[in-house]
Design a binder for this molecule. Structure first.
Ligand SMILES: [Zn+2]
Length: 515
């Protein structure tokens, strides 16, 4: 008798297919998933891979042994087919636990009795998983606290795209976004954003009203993560996702294929139509870089960048007053004083500036160095090589400011993209002024034209007007240092910039004041 019961048990547990196919629901508080399984006399067996997927966990199956690993952020489970043991790893600790009944392998998938599956999965997820035998469903309960909640979703439509800002209690460790295009007529494109760890009030998010950017949000709470699906109202060709640590938000920038320059020019033109009578390039702001306690870069023979920048700036002011007597010229500094980078933009805005020219001298990391010539920059996030090096060099001036870490926190490389989005209206004009400065200065002064580049300079962000930064030459080059510290060199460069501005003004006003 004993033997026959044991035999029966063995037969039962090693039976290739339990009698009844069965589908079990997994409730996570968001969208439910369906878990494949079977029902026998005593147990509901569920597919371990299905359950892992439903919980948003990763799996790996060893093809030779059919062993299945399930991974979460906090641990892993290793199941072996037709085996009573499960290997549970959490927080660097690995235990081999004996399960009351073994796993089953059927149709190439591994199954385990649902109540035990719930128990072992609960060990590696945040929150708990329970199996309700009566309703034949899994119920996931998130932990009472611990997962940073989503506090809100804000949207801004831009001329060339959109920005979706997902506010959180604290920043998630991981985030990703993808756009899918169904390519089918009438089907909207979708944006999927996954945040982890995160929790969400799913009902509240699902009931958010439609915006200019999306018609609906669907939120899914997984054990550790939240997935947000946005039904987009239009097509976007690319996206960027990053976090803003000052506001604890995850920001998704969506870019449409719109011709940004055209849109912005149109907008600017429209805006200016109203004030056409008043519109003139009538205020020019000169910004001599550095000053006071911030000497800027130091030349081979000790020339300080701040002094060269100020001398050229003052010469440029005299030239502009002479050649454009009706134009007001404003200096961000006209003596050797320290002015924080953001204040420079404020001075320019408050003065009603229509053009912002920041003056600097370049330097190579090792001096003396043969590198020489003039470079002119306009604002765009720096991506490569020299542009990054020079932006870093000039942006380093913030270290002379109190609280600079807090103040400039939002200006990290990614965030700069957003900020420069707002600047796009001026990009075309900044670029054309930069080109003119390169051409004209290199033709009237003894400096080589190294061309126009784009980089993320803090000082240019604050000025709401066409803005350029001129690296007038290299103090790390012995010959150029001598030229830059000479009155002759400073005058020649200032004259070149003034001439370029005169040309620019003529073109600029023609664009906006023709009837
Ligand atoms: Zn500088």
């Amino acid at each position: 008798m004993r033997i026959s019961i044991a035999l029966l048990m063995v037969l039962l547990y090693s039976a290739p297919l339990p009698a009844q196919p069965k589908v079990v629901t997994l409730r996570t508080g968001g969208a439910n998933s369906l878990i494949g399984g079977f029902q026998d006399l005593n147990h509901t067996y569920v597919s371990l891979a299905d359950l892992a997927q439903g919980l948003g966990l990763k799996t790996f199956e060893l093809s030779s042994t059919k062993k299945l690993s399930v991974y979460s952020d906090s641990g892993s489970l290793l199941f072996t087919p037709a085996n009573n043991f499960v290997v549970v790893s959490t927080a660097g600790e690995t235990k081999v636990l004996q399960m009351p009944i073994p796993t089953l392998l059927a149709n190439g998938k591994m199954y385990l009795a649902a109540e035990y599956a719930a128990d072992y999965f609960s060990r590696i997820i945040n929150g708990t998983l329970e199996f309700d035998e009566e309703k034949s469903e899994f119920v996931y309960s998130p932990p009472i606290s611990g997962l940073p909640a989503i506090t809100g979703v804000r949207v801004q439509a831009k001329a060339n795209g959109a920005v979706i800002e997902i506010g959180m209690e604290s920043l998630p460790k991981a985030y990703e976004a993808s756009i899918t295009s169904t390519g089918l007529g009438g089907q909207p494109d979708m944006l999927y954003v996954t945040l982890m760890p995160a929790s969400a009030d799913v009902e509240k998010l699902d009931s958010l009203p439609a915006t200019d950017v999306f018609s609906q949000i669907v939120a899914i709470q997984n054990p550790n993560s939240v997935q947000l699906s946005f039904r987009l109202k239009q097509k976007y060709v690319s996206k960027q996702v990053f976090v803003d640590s000052t506001t604890n938000s995850v920001i998704v920038a969506l870019y449409s294929s719109a011709d940004v320059q055209k849109i912005f020019s149109e907008e600017l033109r429209k805006k200016l139509e109203n004030e056409k009578k008043n519109w003139r390039l009538d205020v020019i702001v000169i910004d001599p870089g550095h000053g006071g306690k911030d000497p800027g870069t130091i030349g081979v023979h000790g020339t300080e960048e701040k002094n060269v920048a100020l001398a050229i700036g003052l010469d440029l002011r005299s030239d502009l007053r002479r050649v454009l007597p009706k134009v007001k010229v404003v200096m961000t500094r006209d003596k050797d004083v320290f002015v924080p980078l953001d204040e420079r933009g404020q001075i320019a805005n408050e003065a009603g500036g229509k053009l912002f020219i920041s003056l600097h001298c370049n330097s190579m990391p090792h001096k003396p160095n043969p590198m020489h010539g003039i470079e002119t920059y306009f604002l765009r996030p720096g991506k490569t090589g020299d542009a990054i090096r020079i932006a870093a060099q000039e942006n380093a001036a913030i270290k002379y400011e109190n609280d600079y870490e807090k103040k400039y926190k939002t200006y990290d490389a990614d965030n700069m993209i957003l900020t420069t989005m707002a600047h796009s209206a001026y990009v075309k004009y900044s670029e054309s002024l930069a080109g003119l400065i390169e051409d004209v200065v290199s033709s009237v002064a003894s400096v080589t034209d190294n061309g126009v580049s784009q980089a993320g300079f803090y000082v240019l962000i604050g000025a709401s007007m066409p803005a350029v930064l001129v690296e007038t030459g290299y103090l790390s080059n012995v010959r150029e240092e001598r030229y830059l510290r000479s009155k002759k060199g400073q005058r020649a460069i200032a004259k070149g910039i003034a001439d370029a501005i005169v040309k620019f003004k003529a073109e600029y006003e023609k664009n906006f004041t023709q009837d």
